[in-house]
Unconditional design. Structure first.
Length: 401
């Protein structure tokens, strides 16, 4: 997955353009720029590649989610349904606009279970936020039907799944808004950065203003611009955008390498009858950034994860025990640890998350996710495949099912 593995002359050239003219900011300074508008160019490329009418780049994936929520008018006391398995940024963004993250069970897609989503809807619900974790996606047509029925916003957190498709459409472009992260460990990286895509002219118009203090971006005198509503600074710098342009051009190449490496590992593991694979919704195509497998039980999964490490297979994650990606370890959310006091409404809304999520525990307890790297040689991948099979078999032999 990490796009930094492919850094080269292309990124250097784009960054050099910016350093040559010295304009590190995306707005203003027109006479100095020598025609270079890197953030704008990245937006055009992202919208094109993602078959969306509009794209807005911002300073991080977290910022992308925050800006997207704000653009959809989500704020004080509104409830947003999100999965128990995601990076903490998803709930941070919801809380940062004053809304309430409502945790919801996942299923064997490792993202939102549509039935559990429907059961979580209340009169306060304003949005459903599926998180397409580890390269694959939620059942978007089911979630779209639910959001249409209840008049909710469907906001896709596609931070970990850029390049995957659902029903022939790039992930992120299916819902009302889609978000990407370009942080240092993501498939496309620009150091820190993020992007929002949408087909809504209204949301796009709000996004460019909101991420730049509410500036209307009319005319070319920044000091004379008006501010139709409050905004903040979530701008992406020209330097970051320059790296992103070169990286995005490599996306299809990256996906090809990932699919090749993933397929070798998957075919090898398919020979182990006790191993099964994460369900990918019917019309979905993964971006192959992770190979996600299920072991028969939590106990076996724990032992298998340990055995993989001991057998020299790095970059395999057991998210169930991880501090950042599974709700059980988010004590700052569950115990409402904040530097300032939450309103009564948010305090009681958050209480809803203090319950058990048995289905999530069952799936996550059995899941191991193996990162797919880009720089592996063919020999390295085949060796890795044998080592993985060896490690898993050694555990399974000793386990009574
Ligand atoms: C990385 C990530 C984010 C946040 O992106 P940053 O650019 O690191 O702020 C949000 N959601 C998911 C699922 C992520 O993996």
């Amino acid at each position: 997955m990490p796009g930094f593995e492919l850094f080269g002359a292309e990124e250097q050239k784009e960054v050099q353009d910016v350093l040559d003219n010295g304009v590190l900011m995306r707005y203003g300074f027109d006479p100095m720029r020598n025609g270079h508008y890197k953030a704008l160019e990245l937006e055009r490329d992202l919208a094109n590649r993602m078959q969306s009418k509009y794209a807005q780049v911002v300073s991080s994936g977290t910022a992308a989610l925050t800006v997207a929520l704000a653009c959809a008018g989500i704020g004080s006391g509104d409830e947003v349904i999100m999965p128990t398995f995601t990076f903490v940024a998803s709930f941070e963004a919801i809380l940062s606009v004053g809304a309430i993250p409502i945790l919801c069970d996942i299923d064997d897609t490792l993202t939102l279970d549509p039935k559990a989503v429907e059961a979580s809807i209340t009169p306060k619900t304003k949005a459903i936020m599926p998180v397409h974790m580890c390269g694959s996606m939620a059942d978007l047509s089911a979630l779209k039907a639910i959001s249409d029925k209840h008049n909710l916003i469907l906001l896709e957190d596609a931070c970990q799944a850029i390049g995957a498709t659902y029903d022939g459409k790039p992930l992120g472009s299916y819902g009302d808004l889609g978000c990407f992260s370009f942080d240092y460990v993501k498939t496309i990286t620009c150091g820190e950065g993020g992007g929002i895509i949408t087909n809504s002219e209204t949301f796009a118009d709000r996004a460019h203003k909101y991420q730049d203090h509410g500036h209307d971006h009319v005319g070319n005198d920044r000091g004379a611009e008006t501010h139709p509503f409050l905004g903040y600074n979530y701008r992406l710098s020209e330097l970051n955008a320059a790296v992103g342009i070169a990286q995005l051009r490599k996306l299809d190449h990256t996906l090809t390498i990932q699919e090749k490496n993933y397929t070798i590992l998957r075919n090898a593991l398919a020979e182990v009858p006790e191993v099964s694979f994460r369900r990918v919704p019917e019309t979905g195509v993964e971006n192959y950034s992770f190979l996600n497998i299920f072991l028969p039980t939590e106990d076996i999964a724990r032992k298998a994860h340990k055995a993989l490490g001991e057998n020299g297979v790095d970059a395999c994650f057991y998210w169930f025990d991880n501090n950042w990606h599974y709700y059980k370890k988010w004590e700052h959310l569950l115990e409402q640890k904040s530097l300032s006091k939450f309103s009564q409404e948010i305090q009681s809304g958050l209480q809803k998350n203090n319950r058990s999520f048995d289905a999530s525990d069952l799936w996550m307890g059995r899941t191991i996710s193996c990162l797919i790297k880009l720089n592996w040689s063919e020999t390295e991948v085949t060796n890795r495949a044998s080592k993985m099979v060896e490690a898993l078999k050694s555990v399974l032999v000793k386990s009574v099912l």
